[in-house]
Design a protein. Structure first.
Length: 724
């Protein structure tokens, strides 16, 4: 064995890497080197001869993480990693289903529906079933189907105690039948179908159990019930399951993640010794002490305490702003100062709990001329023009794919109207055929579309993958469609054309990286990639993102904004069992993104959804030890919130009160041209009468009693009221 593999590991890391053939749970805190431990464990197993490279199954939650592990492993050992099974749950299940498509009752070229395609398929089905989409919103039905599958349940296994749920179960059953008919699967189906394949087919199950002696799983706290059951099937009685995770960073319950899987693992696999990686290599001591103090308020933790060999570092800076605009202005000033001190913009992150908070931050950054990007924007393979192009390719590959046909039958427009499409759907239903088969017999413009698809299939049969895509983009009319845009849409069309050209580049890169020229493989790759966002490290620019998007990242300086009750922790957490604990884990993740400097800010008033809202300071801020905090603004709160060294009035935010207009405020408001009793009109709320006026300049606001919407406070800077 290469002795340098273990050099530089701390005792706990070394213990994890050199474990004998046994199942284990590695409780890896933020910044504790979990990726290094995982990769070194694989290298150790191979170099000691405990297992061949083909005898390892490594599961990650993103393709990016899988690629990083392969890259690191290649640097450690002189081995060919191409045949190794590294990937996401969905990617690995897809690989198994492709290899055993007949046993899984799937066509060889089955296609994968992303979330948008799945929703379209559900809408189409509900229309055919005459289901009221107001009573049964399609997105709710989609969530019902996906969450059922993630629990490992088919439609006939879902308990339905009322007529409403029974109807959703009927839609679920019909949806499954439709997907089977069309030869397509959604993301949840990939895992469920693979689980069913392994559980029902002993020969296939035993083949993989015999092959994969060591199964390693990253981010184990994010696994759902079905993923855990899939892992248990593969592990069987003899294989070793090496799970790495952190229950304190389990923040995806809304996606079905079950933090309880970690404790279930210790019972099912008789794990007696949980190894804790508690030494943090990322952050200064004060940041870690704050994170530890916060998370100790959660119940049912496996328990660990992060520490660092670094010094304590700076205190956490706390800023109380009068408004969200003031909060943003403060952040901009601090960023400018940090930048002048030599901190790169890309080393600074602005985190917020909800996307709605980004607008005021973006406005302030644009005004200040600071470069930024919103992390987690629309993914490449989810952009409209890319989905159109992929739909042509999907239909060429599998003419049973009704969803693909419906997306492009009249795009670019070719005179096929809604009525023609409805007639096509009726004919397909009556004859129990696919839409493409019905279209071939329809005549007129519809059959011309069929002829186009057939000609594309014929002309591209012998072409390399990038040339197939180039040909389809040209002959389908997509390129011409965007080239012909004029006026305000011209710039947007130019960007779409750039994306379409980039699709050809993506295909070329795919062929190069995978040595695979298959259109089916590329379409599979596109569908799997659509489920995640991989940030490019481009220009020196600030990062704006939700806290959820920040998981796995780290920055020199982090601003956690909007620390107000109802915002962070989010108001929905009060209604969900374990919701507050999950929000606290989210705050823990936010804190531990910072290496050197951390800002915590909140505002007394905030514009949310077009209205001024007042709240109270986040309870999470009160859970942090005062000795770790440096208040930039005076503490104006009562003793039961934060102690005040001076006799100052309680702020409306922290006391939960709402400012009432004083006579002085009323006169100040009248100077702006508004007066109590004045009749006004608002585009959203309609007619109303002003009942209160206060503030001046950017802080000016009025209280209006609307006929339809009731009484509301509106900021004059945003409200766009008109006098009547």
């Amino acid at each position: 064995m290469n002795s340098s593999l273990l050099s530089g590991l701390n005792p706990e890391q070394r213990q994890a890497v050199t474990l004998p053939h046994q199942s284990a749970l590695i409780l890896a805190g933020a910044g504790s080197g979990k990726t290094r431990v995982l990769t070194t464990r694989i290298a150790y197993l191979i170099s000691t001869g405990a297992v061949s490279p083909q005898g390892i199954l490594a599961v990650t939650f993103t393709n990016k993480a899988a690629k990083e592990m392969v890259t690191r492993l290649s640097a450690m050992l002189p081995i060919n990693t191409r045949g190794m099974w590294f990937g996401t749950f969905h990617g690995l299940c897809n690989r198994m289903l492709r290899a055993h498509h007949r046993d899984a009752n799937l066509p060889q070229s089955f296609q994968i529906l992303d979330s948008g395609d799945q929703l379209s398929a559900i809408k189409r089905l509900m229309k055919a079933m005459n289901v009221d989409d107001e009573k049964y919103p399609p997105r709710e039905v989609q969530n019902f189907i996906s969450s059922s599958k993630e629990q490992g349940l088919r439609a006939n296994e879902v308990e339905a105690f009322d007529p409403y749920t029974r109807r959703k179960v009927e839609i679920f059953a019909e949806y499954d039948a439709q997907c089977q008919r069309e030869g397509v699967v959604d993301f949840s189906e990939l895992l469920l179908r693979c689980y069913e394949l392994l559980s029902r087919n002993a020969a296939i199950r035993e083949h993989y159990q015999e092959r994969f002696k060591h199964i390693l799983v990253d981010e184990f706290q994010d696994t759902n019930k079905l993923q855990y059951q899939w892992l248990k099937l593969l592990a069987g009685d003899k294989n070793a399951l090496f799970a790495v995770g952190d229950d304190d960073q389990s923040i995806y319950a809304f996606r079905g993640a079950n933090v309880g899987n970690m404790q279930q693992l210790t019972r099912d696999f008789h794990v007696e010794n949980v190894i804790k990686l508690e030494q943090n290599y990322r952050s200064h001591g004060n940041i870690l002490d704050a994170a530890n103090a916060l998370i100790q308020n959660n119940r049912n933790r496996l328990g660990k305490n992060l520490w660092t060999a670094e010094n304590g570092g700076e205190q956490l800076r706390v800023y109380e702003a009068a408004t969200d605009v003031d909060e943003a202005a403060f952040i901009v000033d601090e960023i400018k100062q940090l930048h002048s001190e030599g901190v790169n913009l890309k080393e600074i992150a602005l985190l917020y709990r909800s996307n709605a908070q980004s607008r005021v931050l973006e406005h302030a950054l644009v005004s200040a001329g600071l470069s930024y990007r919103v992390y987690g924007g629309l993914r490449f393979f989810e952009r409209q023009e890319i989905k159109h192009a992929l739909a042509y390719l999907r239909l060429m590959e599998n003419t049973d794919d009704d969803n693909a046909l419906l997306r492009i039958i009249n795009f670019p427009t070719r005179g096929i109207g809604t009525r023609s499409i409805e007639q096509l759907q009726e004919a397909a239903k009556q004859n129990n055929t696919t839409l493409f088969d019905a279209a071939a017999r329809a005549g007129g413009k519809v059959s011309a579309f069929v002829a186009l698809i057939e000609s594309l299939r014929s002309a591209t049969r012998e072409l390399p993958l990038p040339e197939i895509i180039d040909h389809v983009l040209q002959r389908s009319g997509l390129i011409a469609h965007y080239q012909n845009e004029t006026g305000v849409k011209k710039r947007e069309a130019e960007e779409r054309l750039e994306n379409l050209n980039e699709l050809i580049n993506a295909a070329a890169l795919f062929v190069h990286e995978n040595e695979d020229d298959s259109l089916t493989s590329f379409l599979t790759h596109a569908s799997l990639e659509a489920g995640e966002h991989q940030a490019g490290d481009q220009d020196d620019a600030l990062h704006l993102m939700t806290v959820h998007s920040s998981k796995g990242l780290e920055f020199h300086t982090v601003f956690i904004t909007g620390l107000e009750e109802g915002l962070f922790p989010h108001q929905n957490s009060q209604r969900e069992d374990g919701g507050l604990d999950e929000e606290r884990r989210l705050m823990y993740v936010a804190i531990t993104r910072a290496r050197r400097r951390l800002y915590l800010s909140f505002a007394q008033s905030r514009m949310l959804h077009g209205q001024v809202s007042y709240g109270m300071v986040s309870s999470f801020l009160r859970e942090l030890p005062e000795g770790l905090l440096h208040w930039i603004t005076p503490r104006v709160t009562a003793r039961n919130s934060f102690a005040s060294s001076k006799s100052t009035p309680v702020s409306p935010l922290l006391s939960g009160g709402v400012l009432a207009p004083s006579p002085e405020n009323g006169r100040a408001g009248e100077e702006l041209g508004w007066r109590i009793g004045q009749r006004v009109f608002h585009q959203k709320f309609g007619e109303g009468v002003i009942t209160g006026v206060e503030g001046s300049g950017a802080d000016a606001r009025v209280q209006v009693n609307f006929k339809r919407a009731g009484s509301k406070w509106l900021a004059l800077e945003y409200a766009k009221l008109t006098a009547m």
